[in-house]
Design a protein around this ligand. Structure first.
Ligand SMILES: [Zn+2]
Ligand SMILES: [Zn+2]
Length: 469
């Protein structure tokens, strides 16, 4: 929950009371010390007692999804009964007296204040509903979907895209950054909604940089490139072992692969192999954005591509983990071999450690296996942007846990766009990843079909240390 007397402060509602009037009283624990804030609140131990004029509860947003006739039936199947979540409220005004505090004039200094954090798992019900997401107009939904995917439930791109203040920045870049931060991301996170005029503003601001920017047929990857490179002048996110760098990784397919379905992990490793056995020099930051192999509005070669919930990148990192003979990150080494040959010695995974004796048959010593501790670098799937007949939509994960809920934003032209919860999407993707050949089971559900066949861009973020996955 947030308080906006001066700036938002995240916190958690621990208890809610109704005292016979129209008002609620909330016992709130803020995430950080608020002693310097212009708050005159009653303290209860670590928490504060706040009178709430109007309580915003998830049911006030109306039915979250599945109300329109064209709603795919899959949603009700994907969605499981939701467990009760911690009550939380986002509101602008708390107490009458606080409303009278004069608004601080927006200055350059104030401009750099923290933005509201993105929606978290416990707020997922609030993140969903009518008038949520970004309003689309003029038959365009690409830029809107891209921005929704980067900022609604994630702050991975905040520092790079919203806070840069390099002295070399020209006025256009500064302008684009300011519109993004103040007029798009701030309302999007504060109210769950960003209205069309802000999108029009950023469109107009970037327009001089590229003829393609305003064209309806422009793809999301082109739009991202214009935004990252030309407008914001960001450094590249991916750095390859051949000195090349890029914002997006284009997945290249092995034409000899006859499988009908595959995973993003497999495609990613294969495409690096095919691109001259490239490796990654560093962990992609702030994210690894991958473009699916598509042509003529269809996936190339495969009937289904399954986005892995987690992408293991240790074995494609230059100077990354040492691999077993089978290609998996090794967990065991032979003490004597390591002493003799150092990092050139053969190392083994759990499955292959049984072969150590056979391999040692030709050596002058017996295998003496000890465990080899290597860091495993994992990136987590944060967003899937889909496209079908030029129409964009996106799934973004709301939370850091493996099975955190997902939300779905369909950037259709709508006065009041909707964001829908997809509680069990993580479970489905996990199952499909384990049994990619069973993709048929998922194709009976339109939303899963949309992911498996219409995915266009996947965004993977470096795993947060706090994550318990
Ligand atoms: Zn040995
Ligand atoms: Zn192995």
């Amino acid at each position: 929950m947030w308080y906006s007397g001066k700036e938002p402060i995240p916190g958690t509602v621990q208890r809610l009371f109704k005292d016979g009037t129209d008002k609620y009283t909330a016992m709130v624990k803020f995430d950080r010390e608020v002693s310097n804030e212009p708050l005159r609140l009653t303290r209860e131990g670590d928490a504060y007692m706040i009178t709430v004029e109007e309580l915003i509860t998830p049911d006030m947003f109306g039915p979250t999804i599945h109300t329109q006739n064209d709603t795919p039936p899959a949603q009700s199947i994907i969605q499981a009964p939701q467990s009760p979540t911690t009550p939380s409220v986002r509101f602008d005004n708390i107490e009458d007296e606080l409303q009278q505090i004069p608004q601080v004039m927006i200055t350059e200094v104030n401009d750099e204040l923290d933005l509201p954090p993105p929606f978290q798992e416990e707020e997922v019900n609030m993140a969903c509903g009518f008038r949520r997401g970004i309003q689309c107009r003029d038959r365009s939904c690409c830029l809107e979907t891209v921005l929704f995917s980067l900022f609604y439930t994630s702050n991975a791109f905040d520092i790079a895209m919203l806070y840069g203040n390099s002295p070399e920045e020209d006025s256009l870049t500064r302008n684009v950054r300011t519109i993004l931060r103040r007029e798009i991301v701030d309302p999007l996170r504060r109210e769950g909604f960003c209205a069309w005029p802000a999108i029009k503003k950023i469109r107009d601001a970037v327009k001089p940089l590229s003829d393609e920017w305003q064209t309806l047929s422009t793809d999301a990857e082109v739009m991202m490139f214009i935004l990252f490179d030309r407008a914001l002048k960001l450094g590249k996110f991916i750095s390859y072992s051949n000195e090349m760098s890029d914002y997006l990784h284009q997945l290249v397919v092995d034409t000899k692969d006859l499988s009908k379905s595959t995973t993003v992990q497999h495609l990613f490793e294969t495409s690096l192999q095919l691109m001259d056995k490239l490796k990654l020099r560093t962990i992609p930051t702030p994210a690894l954005i991958m473009e699916m192999p598509r042509s003529n509005d269809k996936l190339v070669q495969y009937k289904a591509v399954i986005p892995n919930l987690s992408l293991h990148i240790s074995r494609v990192l230059d100077d990354g983990s040492r691999l077993c003979i089978c290609g998996v990150v090794a967990k065991h080494e032979c003490r004597k071999c390591s002493a003799n040959f150092g990092s050139r010695s053969i190392v083994f995974c759990d499955n292959c450690k049984g072969t150590a004796d056979i391999i040692h048959f030709q050596l002058t010593h017996q295998a003496d296996l000890i465990s080899l501790n290597q860091p495993i670098v994992i990136m987590d799937l944060a967003a899937i942007l889909c496209v079908k007949q030029g129409h964009y939509s996106s799934f973004v994960k709301c939370g850091n846990e493996k099975f955190s809920p997902w939300v779905y934003f369909d950037g259709g032209e709508a006065e009041n766009p909707k964001v829908c919860i997809e509680q069990n999407l993580g479970m489905w993707l996990d199952r499909l990843e384990k049994y990619p050949g069973k993709y048929h089971d998922a194709l009976q559900y339109p939303l899963l079909t949309h992911i498996l066949q219409d995915s266009h861009i996947c965004v993977y973020q470096p795993r947060e240390k706090s994550s318990s996955v």
